[in-house]
Structure formats: structure tokens, C-alpha cells
Design a binder for this molecule. Structure first.
Ligand code: ASP
Ligand code: MG
Length: 457
């Protein structure tokens, strides 16, 4: 069996849906197809919800336009004999959506669980439409993808979800292919509608692939695969034909938008390869992610960048005790589910620094002030400095530790290009070297690194 996931742009128009149909019809084996909402819909569902809550009556025509878009797509792609069936199933969802917007408008508030219900309508409808377009079975994700609370966030209850997926997909009455909505889920305790986070359809597909021991997980998107760098920043970037799970994880964590980072874990553990493919160019080979690659590791596979970063530096006698301070930092931040992107320890300079998403910075600073309150009183720590408007760049490769010249070479490349390196580290991950630069220099920095590492060969 194989699992295919089609993203929003793949199911966004009648033309791309025609490609989806061709791809699925050419498969010749049992498949589970996981789909996103129609392209751009989730953003629009959220924006319209905010409008309604803010008392902006434009939510009404916005909602009507979304309703019409679904009717148009049904008309364009679902064969006439199944159209009534499709409409019978999406009309109640469309009515529910309109009632939710009216409710939000009435109470002038947008509770989180209501927003989750509103955004769920996207995948609830797209999955029905795609199933009926293909004449395939439809499986309701809300009943089988279950979440639980973790630091206030909804995360997949993976064991329960795997059992439910297996139970549903091994049902003898089910015929393949099977279509289900990505992203959407429900709370294992309350049954309320939840989701796996923006971009979470990839993760749904990975959970299904892992539960079913699929042969491969195909992620169908609108790019040719992972590229050596973001092509909008570095036009010379090229497709990476193959890479390891760990490399793909690093590239995604550090900002490559190809797949939702949590996607990789479930398939990695089961050693199920992932292939990234382009729905608009199905003949392109894409990127193959597996562990076969580890036998022949590359020093550099790709570059990625996270903009809107902040660099937090702690100075004082305690900062020289890097093990103690880093453990306490990690633990304090983890309590609120915050993750660090780069840790630079400089024992000589008596400082400890880390990069974090600027949006998480105020919370991180508060947590650190609480955690180290006694040390600040005793002057064990003296300074907590924050610099914003930064970009964290990662140079990723399984064998990056053996990159000739190492981190000093990368630093030199950037400095020669006139970029000030604010911090750098060869210890954040086994397979990535990271450097923090001013956000205004992102393009210059990536172009210089790409030229040196990929073009001058
Ligand atoms: N529709 C959801 C989103 O836009 C999930 C996904 O597309 O993966 O975030
Ligand atoms: Mg996506």
C-alpha cells in the first residue's frame, strides 16, 4: 500500500484536480489519499472568522464566495452521477460554517475551539469532493485522528490514532482507494474538533503511512522537491534528488517549507521512504528521502533559513558553566513548548547565547528571568541581552562535521561577502552548522554560501 498526500494547490482548481485524478488512476496498487482544503481556503476561513468576530459584516459575502467556490469545484470535477451525493454531504457543512460565522459575529468573540471547528470545514469538504471525483471510499478523519493536550497545544495521540487508523483501513468492507482529510482531528477526551497545526495534512499522511506500514509516502505539492536553497532567494538553487531523513528534518526545522517538520518522525521510525513530487509536473523525479543515503553521506546537502529570529545572550560567571546553564535553559523553555534554533556557547567570553523565533522571545525572556532569578540577585548572571531582526541559517549535511574548513570557513565566506555574523555554532545539531546574521543580509548570506558550497564545484 502507498499513501499520497495532495496539498492545497494540488486540489485548489479543476485543472490541478484533473492531474490528481490522472496520478491516482495510474497507481495500480492500494492507496490512501490524504488531502488538504482547497488551496488558500484555510487562510480565508480564518480571516473571515476574524472579520465576523470584529463585527465586520463583509464576513457574509466572504462566506458566500467560499460556498460558491465549493459548488463550482463540485460541478467542474465530480461526475454528474455522483454530484447529488457530494452535495448532500457538503451542504450540511456549508450551512454549519455559515451558522458558526453568525454565532461568532453575534458574540463578538472567536474562541479557539470555534476557530478549530471553522477551519475543519475545509478538509471535511475537500475530502468528500476528491473521493467523489475519483469514485473512491471516504473516511472521516475526525473519528480516527485523535489528539491530546500537551502544554496547552493539541498534539496527536499517536498510539490511539495508529490503532484507529488500522482498524478503519483494515475493515473488510472498505474498497480502495480511500480518501481522507488531512490536518483535522478530534480530542480523545472531549471529542471536540481539533487540528494538527497549520500545514498538518502532511503529518496526517505520515501517521497513516506509519500505522499501515506503507511502502512509500508520496507528498504531492507545487514544487519539484527539496532544493539546495529557497529558489526565491537564490535562483541558482537546484533540486536535491535524494537525502536522508535526518537531513530533511534539519532542513524543515530550519525553515524549508517543503513539509511540515513533525511529518518525518513517524515514517522515519518505520523506515518508510518519502517522495516529494510536483502535481503540476508529475514526470519530474522529485526528492527521495530514505535512510539508504546514510551509506554515502554528503558534507553539504542544502541550506535553509529562518527569518524573524531573536538572539538571546546571558552573561556572567554562571554562563561559563555551559552544561548547567544550557540544561536549565532548555528545561525552562520546554515547559512552555518553546524550541531553540541555535545554541552558541562561548566559554572564553563568558556568555551563553541562543536563537529563537522572535515571536517566542518575550515568553522566553520571562521564563529565563524566573528560572535564573536567584542568580541575577547573586550576580552569578549579570546580563540578559536580546537582539532582534536576525536570520538563522543552517548548512545541512549528514557529514557536515567533515566539511573542509568547518564553521570557520562558513563564517569567512559570510564575512568576505560583507555580512556580520552575530553568532554561530557547530553544536546545535550533529548534521547542521548554523549562523545568525542580520535579517537584511539574508539574501547576500545565502547567495554567498550557495555559490561557495554548490556552484563553485
Ligand atoms: N489546510 C491546512 C493549512 O492550510 C492544512 C494543510 O494544508 O496541510 O494549514
Ligand atoms: Mg503544506
Amino acid at each position: 500500500m502507498i499513501v499520497l498526500k495532495f496539498g492545497g494547490t494540488s486540489v485548489g482548481t479543476a485543472e490541478s484536480l484533473a492531474n490528481v485524478k490522472k496520478i491516482v488512476q495510474g497507481l495500480g496498487q492500494d492507496a490512501v489519499i490524504v488531502v488538504s482544503a482547497l488551496g488558500g481556503l484555510t487562510d480565508r476561513l480564518i480571516a473571515t472568522a476574524r472579520m465576523a468576530a470584529a463585527g465586520d459584516l463583509n464576513y457574509i459575502p466572504e462566506c458566500e464566495a467560499m460556498v460558491q467556490r465549493h459548488y463550482d469545484i463540485v460541478e467542474a470535477v465530480v461526475p454528474e452521477m455522483r454530484r447529488e451525493h457530494t452535495l448532500e454531504r457538503i451542504q450540511p457543512v456549508l450551512r454549519e460554517l455559515r451558522r458558526l460565522y453568525d454565532g461568532v459575529n453575534l458574540i463578538a468573540d472567536l474562541p479557539e475551539k470555534t476557530l478549530a471547528q471553522i477551519v475543519s470545514t475545509g478538509e471535511r469538504m475537500s475530502s468528500v469532493i476528491v473521493a467523489d471525483m475519483l469514485g473512491a471510499s471516504h473516511l472521516d478523519s475526525l473519528g480516527i485522528i485523535r489528539t491530546e493536550k500537551w502544554f496547552g497545544k493539541d498534539i496527536a495521540a499517536t498510539d490511539l490514532t495508529s490503532d484507529l487508523i488500522r482498524e478503519a483501513l483494515r475493515n473488510a468492507d472498505l474498497t480502495y482507494p480511500v480518501v481522507m482529510g488531512g490536518f483535522i482531528s478530534s480530542d480523545r477526551q472531549t471529542g471536540e474538533i481539533t487540528n494538527l497545526g497549520r500545514g498538518g495534512s502532511d503529518y496526517t499522511a505520515a501517521l497513516v503511512a506509519a500505522a499501515m506500514d506503507a511502502d512509500v509516502l508520496q507528498i504531492w505539492t507545487d514544487v519539484d522537491g527539496f532544493l539546495t536553497c529557497d529558489p526565491r532567494i537564490v535562483p541558482q538553487a537546484r533540486v536535491i534528488d535524494s537525502m536522508s531523513f535526518v537531513e530533511s528534518m534539519d532542513l524543515c526545522t530550519f525553515g524549508a517549507k517543503v513539509i511540515y517538520p513533525p511529518t518525518i518522525y513517524p515514517v522515519f521510525h518505520k523506515n518508510i521512504p518519502i517522495r516529494i513530487l510536483n502535481t503540476h509536473r508529475p514526470e519530474a523525479p522529485g526528492t527521495f528521502i530514505s535512510d539508504a543515503h546514510c551509506a554515502n553521506p554528503r558534507t553539504v546537502t542544502g541550506l535553509s533559513a529562518l527569518k524573524d529570529e531573536a538572539l538571546v545572550t546571558l552573561r556572567g560567571p554562571l554562563a561559563t558553566d555551559s552544561t548547567a546553564i544550557s540544561t536549565r535553559c532548555f528545561n525552562a523553555l520546554a515547559r512552555k513548548g518553546l524550541t531553540l534554533h541555535m545554541v552558541a556557547r562561548s566559554e572564553a567570553a563568558g556568555s551563553f547565547a541562543f536563537a529563537i523565533a522572535a515571536a517566542d522571545m518575550p515568553c522566553a525572556v520571562k521564563l529565563l528571568k524566573e528560572e535564573f532569578a536567584p542568580e541575577f540577585v547573586d550576580a552569578e548572571l549579570e546580563v540578559l541581552e536580546v537582539v532582534t531582526d536576525l536570520t538563522t541559517i543552517a548548512v545541512v549535511g549528514d557529514d557536515v562535521k567533515n566539511l573542509p574548513g568547518g564553521i570557520s570557513r562558513l563564517k569567512e565566506i559570510l564575512e568576505t561577502a560583507g555580512v556580520t555574523v552575530r553568532a554561530y555554532s557547530d553544536r546545535t545539531s550533529e548534521t547542521a552548522l548554523s549562523l545568525v546574521v542580520p535579517v537584511a543580509d539574508t539574501t547576500r548570506a545565502l547567495a554567498a554560501l550557495h555559490r561557495d558550497l554548490f556552484e563553485d564545484l
